[in-house]
Design a binder for this molecule. Structure first.
Ligand code: ADP
Length: 547
């Protein structure tokens, strides 16, 4: 067989030629959305690559950061930068300033492409970013905050204007770096993961498969998951493979505008973390809209509460639960029920699992003593995975090369996910917790996720997060932090009884410490930030009731 390297440029060339009329639709918030065809994106990507290489001196392996919302210019950067042989580094715009500075310096980005609306975030950091020589600004926003910046400032549109709309993309090594993304640091410092052309290509093919997202050129995908969060779960690459239209929300991520864009652009697919969907659900309850086009909603990033899945089902939107990590590109499992369960009582239970492993992901469970655990649906251990789109190391910086911390990689090279769960004999993963979030009470483990899911199924509860807190007698015990719906009156005794009765939580697992919070603190990618809750508890900032 021919040995043709699996390159991002091939995905771009395919999408812009074979699916040239498919569109990237970017919400602008005023008037009509911006529509750009895949053919135009192909031409503009070539122009951007010419500009970056010829004017800004970006060469093979050079890092170009993007501090951008989901929009068509960000898609152009997604394709232009890796296709020319450079490395796309997506910057998480919700990271605390010191972590943003850390990752730009660690990756040694030379250029940053930034949306105008994010300049107030970038400008004050520039003095601390010595490697950044050029800032390229795209879209609306006050440029004056950049006056006095030592980096050269360019306008995106002026920079690409008049350049050739074709580019003779180089034949690269498919194992070369194409993109990098730092973990959001939910449980520690951000760690850099470098994706290769090959890993992205193979991951994109898997993402398109019917057993994954199964999206084709008949679909429009609402890509809510940010392009800085694990490559928007691979969607921009996967969509260019099969011609799926992309609906990009730009900075309009609030429930109201999301509901409006669903009603008017009628996407058939969408992807985001549970907190986004919780917000949308509340919005739809308050202001009903026609969202019936959304046949499939991919939810991942943290466990999908059963109550959320049920609520979406009742609105005619079918949730498909998936698990992944920055280190897994991210597609690790997808919960499509097996044929024998479809239409039976088992179907919902299968959909609630994290899902089944695709052919490209091998999995094993490891017990506390390093022993391999059986796939019996009961033995719980740490999940380890390997495969062609699973990280084999972290990026150590320009001089350090690859680093493989022993708590993250096994001696034989598998990724230790830090997630604890079981695998059924037919290969479905059920996660009970993150290893760092499990509540270790008197030698037994309590799943914080089980308690949260049970609490969030109470009609008065908007959100609930459960964390381990120190306990003299048991070592650790659960602290339940609850956000009540507006006007709701449920008290802790009622909620505790509900957990025991409706939630089937064993008596010894029921929390005795309870607190009401206005909102659960969230990480930069919208997950419950349990580090913050544990600190608030330790510092006495929470008003805790003991039952
Ligand atoms: P960070 O580790 O900084 O939060 P990631 O987005 O890489 O950033 O997070 C990956 C982690 O998110 C997984 O290890 C797992 O703990 C959690 N996760 C992702 N998807 C799910 C899911 N469907 N159910 C439960 N947990 C999930």
């Amino acid at each position: 067989m021919q040995d043709v390297p699996l390159l991002i440029s091939r995905i771009l060339t395919h999408g812009s030629r074979i699916h040239g009329s498919s569109q990237v639709i970017t919400w602008t918030g005023n008037g009509g959305p911006q529509r750009r065809s895949y053919a135009e994106i192909g031409a503009r990507s070539a122009q951007l690559a010419h500009a970056l290489g010829e004017d800004l001196g970006v060469g093979t392996g050079g890092r170009v950061g993007t501090l951008m919302w989901n929009n068509s210019e960000h898609v152009e950067a997604y394709f232009a930068i890796p296709s020319m042989g450079a490395v796309l580094h997506t910057l998480n715009l919700r990271l605390p300033a010191e972590q943003l500075v850390f990752i730009v310096n660690h990756a040694a980005d030379r250029v940053i492409i930034v949306n105008g609306s994010l300049l107030p975030l970038l400008a004050p950091l520039l003095p601390d970013l010595p490697t950044v020589e050029h800032v390229v600004v795209s879209g609306p926003g006050d440029r004056s905050v950049l006056s006095g910046a030592s980096a050269r400032v360019h306008e995106y549109e002026e920079l690409i204007e008049g350049r050739p709309t074709a580019y003779d993309w180089p034949e690269l090594d498919e194992r070369a770096a194409a993109a990098m993304c730092y973990t959001s640091g939910t449980t520690g410092d951000p760690k850099g993961v470098v994706y290769s052309h090959r890993s992205i290509y193979l991951h994109s093919m898997q993402a398109c498969m019917a057993e994954s997202m199964g999206i084709t050129d008949q679909d429009t995908s609402l890509v809510v998951v940010p392009q800085f969060h694990v490559n928007a779960w691979g969607l921009p690459h996967a969509t260019f493979m099969t011609g799926v239209n992309m609906l990009m929300p730009d900075r309009f991520l609030q429930p109201g505008p999301l509901a409006e864009m669903i009603e008017s652009e009628r996407p058939t697919h969408a992807a985001a973390v549970p907190t986004i969907w919780q917000g949308l659900l509340a919005e739809l309850r308050a202001h009903p809209r026609d969202v019936g086009s959304l046949a499939q909603v991919t939810i991942g990033g943290s466990a999908c509460p059963p109550s959320l899945m049920e609520a979406f089902d009742s609105l005619g939107m079918r949730v498909c639960h998936a698990w992944g990590m920055t280190e897994t590109s991210p597609l690790g499992t997808v919960a499509r029920p097996p044929a024998h369960a479809v239409g039976t009582d088992e179907e919902f239970a299968y959909r609630l699992t994290q899902g089944r492993f695709p052919a490209g992901v091998e999995a094993r469970l490891t017990g506390p003593g390093g022993e391999r655990l059986p796939w019996d649906g009961e033995s719980a251990g740490e999940l380890e995975v390997r495969g062609p789109w699973i990280a084999g190391a972290y990026y150590g910086g320009p001089d350090a090369g690859a680093v493989r911390p022993a708590d993250k990689f096994s001696e034989d090279g598998w990724l230790k996910t830090g997630d604890v769960g079981t695998i059924s004999p037919d290969g479905f993963l059920t996660l009970t917790d993150r290893a760092k979030d499990v509540i270790k009470s008197g030698g037994e483990w309590i799943s914080s996720v089980d308690l949260e899911n049970a609490l969030m199924s109470h009609p008065d509860v908007a959100e609930a997060a459960v964390v381990a807190v120190p306990d003299d007698k048991w070592g650790e015990r659960p602290l339940a932090t609850v956000v009540l719906k507006e006007g709701a009156t449920a008290d802790f005794t009622t909620l505790r009884a509900f957990l025991a009765d409706e939630g089937s939580i064993a008596k010894w697992q029921l929390p005795e410490r309870w607190t009401i919070v206005p909102a659960v603190p969230k990480t930069s990618v919208g997950k419950f930030d349990k580090k913050v809750l544990r600190r608030q508890y330790a510092e006495g900032e929470l008003d805790v009731t003991r039952l």
